[in-house]
Design a protein around this ligand. Sequence first.
Ligand SMILES: Nc1nc2c(ncn2[C@@H]2O[C@H](COP(=O)(O)OP(=O)(O)O)[C@@H](O)[C@H]2O)c(=O)[nH]1
Ligand SMILES: [Mg+2]
Length: 198
Amino acid sequence: MIARQPHNTNQGNILKVAVLGLGSVGKTTISKGYTGEMTDPKEISMTKGVDITIKRIAQFDKAVTLQIWDFAGQRQFRFMIDVFLRGVKGVMYVYDVTDIETLLDLSEFVELTRNYLKNHYYPKVPEILVGNKLDLDNVEVTVEDIHGFMKTHDIRKHFLVSGLFSANVSEPFEYMVNQIVNKEDNLAEELLSKYSNV
Ligand SMILES: Nc1nc2c(ncn2[C@@H]2O[C@H](COP(=O)(O)OP(=O)(O)O)[C@@H](O)[C@H]2O)c(=O)[nH]1
Ligand SMILES: [Mg+2]
């Protein structure tokens, strides 16, 4: 069952990250590839609901538990958004480089996510774009498509990976953790300096 996670509760050093994108783009393969849970990629069938993967990492001097929420539904995202995004600290939008539709379709995920975060008064969270299946020859998505998408949605960071070969899969997660931890440190410092003047 999915645990209740009110976003205003102190969750210690658990960082929840949401991985979004259409079915079959490779979200589960990337997540499991990074956390090391995967045995054989062929064993991963199209999951239903939510898949949660945990990875404990050391970030500078801090121990961090990364909780990766891999969204498995296809078009039902809007109905699960509350459970899925509650308490989220970072969002990864994944598309398949051999299928332009999977990139274009991310617009809806971005809009729904931003609306949710705005309506629930979340501070801005890091959002990154990840193109998967870089190992395949029939690449359809162009650099212009990627830049266009990033410009339209004001997404600043993009990674190309191959989940199947676990190529480059750590980079997007590590970047995200870095962003989140630095942001929290800055916030803590800001508050400290603010109150030390009182
Ligand atoms: N060639 C190739 N196939 C991949 C890659 N990543 C995932 N796949 C395949 O794409 C299919 C869907 O992957 P999956 O992780 O279940 O996608 P999800 O529905 O987004 O979680 C599976 O058959 C995977 O083996 C990749 O980087 N390269
Ligand atoms: Mg999946």
